[in-house]
Design a protein around this ligand. Structure first.
Ligand code: 5RP
Length: 223
């Protein structure tokens, strides 16, 4: 079975949690894309009354394409559920931001009553090792790069492949990727600490979630 099938199975697991009348936060990425497709099918078939708040232009476009009612943070009373993917998943923390949408993702995911992570088996790791993604104000890059050297050897400004120069996020920020190996007990501390560096907007360590659904070859399991 393929990774793609596992992503679909994880998305199906999350779809089971959706109820009529909910307002749902939508993360970003290829796993969330599968969830959006399935949600669109349910909206059409069951005339499901749900609204979504999107964490990226990419997700917003997909939600609209799939006939889902897109709302905005200031137009909803509360978010019942947020569904989002991840790059690295352990039982206690996640690394996110491969798609550079981490800031809006953290705002929406942490604000939801229930935040459910969906991922395929390849994302599950024993330890929190990989790129910690940091969104920063462009003006602050020359100061933040040296400050991040306390945490990783080689912080790298992410460059764009489809345009000249750095990746610019949906918020107008730049992205610095910082390879780290974080122990379970330090994850929350480093998540908090990185955001105290002046000019850092948000970082991709996520330590607050309700449930992790892993898509398997035959269905899904919770971690
Ligand atoms: C985007 C993210 C994504 O959730 C993460 O990169 C996982 O994406 P995919 O489902 O495509 O593997 O954090 O900023």
């Amino acid at each position: 079975m393929s990774q793609q099938a596992q992503k679909i199975n994880a998305a199906k697991g999350a779809l089971d949690l959706v109820k009529n009348g909910m307002c749902i936060g939508l993360g970003s990425g290829t796993t969330v894309k599968e969830f959006i497709t399935l949600l669109g099918q349910r909206v059409k078939k069951e005339k499901l009354g749900v609204c979504v708040v999107c964490t990226s232009y990419d997700t917003r476009m997909l939600a609209i394409e799939n006939g889902i009612w897109v709302s905005e943070p200031d137009a909803i009373a509360k978010m019942d559920l947020a569904i989002d993917g991840a790059d690295v998943v352990t039982k206690t923390a996640l690394l996110k931001g491969g798609g550079a949408a981490l800031t809006r993702e953290k705002i929406i995911d942490y604000a939801a009553t229930e935040f459910v992570v969906i991922a395929d088996e390849s994302k599950v790791k024993e330890s929190l090792s990989g790129e910690v993604v940091v969104e920063v104000l462009p003006f602050a890059v020359p100061f933040i790069v040296p400050a991040l050297k306390k945490y990783c050897k080689n912080p790298k400004l992410r460059m764009s492949s489809e345009k000249l120069g750095p990746v610019v996020t949906d918020n107008g920020g730049f992205i610095i990727d910082c390879e780290m190996d974080i122990s379970e007990k330090d994850a929350r501390k480093i998540e908090t600490e990185l955001n105290t560096i002046p000019g850092v907007v948000e970082n991709g360590i996520f330590t607050k979630f309700s449930k992790i659904i892993i898509g398997t070859d035959n269905g899904y399991r919770t971690l």
